[in-house]
Design a protein around this ligand. Sequence first.
Ligand SMILES: Nc1ncnc2c1ncn2[C@@H]1O[C@H](COP(=O)(O)OP(=O)(O)OP(=O)(O)O)[C@@H](O)[C@H]1O
Ligand SMILES: [Mg+2]
Length: 254
Amino acid sequence: MAVNKKRRKRSIFDSIASKKTLHKNLEFTAVEQYKLLRANLSFTLPEDVRCPIIGVTSSMRGEGKSTTAINLSYVLAESGKRVLLIDGDLRIPSVAKKMDLKSSPGLTDLLMGYESQQMSTFKSTILENWYIMPSGDLPPNPSELLGSHRMESILKIASDIFDYIIVDLPPVNVVSDALAISNLITGVIVVVREDYTEKKELEACYRQLRLSNVNVLGCVMNESESSGGTRGKYKRYSKYYKKYYTSTTHSNNG
Ligand SMILES: Nc1ncnc2c1ncn2[C@@H]1O[C@H](COP(=O)(O)OP(=O)(O)OP(=O)(O)O)[C@@H](O)[C@H]1O
Ligand SMILES: [Mg+2]
């Protein structure tokens, strides 16, 4: 009994190790890096945009897009901004899973015209100004839906309500969805994972983005160590490595 009493109260994320990479469970250094990303972003965004809509993408699967989108939207909301996080990966969505939410209702319900779906449905229980819109049921035509007029009007309505909209997107080199939505959003952040992202994939990703005239706001280096130190195969996921944010100029040279 005494043991039970002493047992630390478990947060909803404790059960899965990877949840340690998410907002409330982040290490101090990781939180600071996300705050730095938030600050750098404010310098990169066009001044005349009232509600920036920021897509988070990468070249390949598994580089940390969803993790970055969740944490960036969290630190923005924590700073007092009204923030909407949209799971725009309508093929392999993961925001709902990572946040222990139901995946439906979500974006596709709005896209299918269920206008009665109120924004308040997506209010998080974590911060009152943080709204999380899951993917909804998976559609057969994600690319068309993301670039549709319907998507445009959803973003327009949301822009009047929120200060920031963050859209978690699929990878550029795998499907065209991130490019399809590109002219509806302010710009994208490209996530690169250290010791994982291949140079040729990243080059192909930037080539695609450039060809589609996508505004690349910057690049987040995920799972990167700030200082030396060796890192074995098994240490890869044992620590939340720092994030870096590079300027648009640097990114565009990619
Ligand atoms: N900095 C990090 N340190 C440790 N683990 C991480 C880090 N970033 C992401 N991960 C883990 O790596 C896996 C992939 O991350 P995430 O789902 O964010 O990537 P993704 O790019 O969105 O993937 P997908 O392309 O499949 O959507 C997850 O298990 C996540 O918890
Ligand atoms: Mg993802």
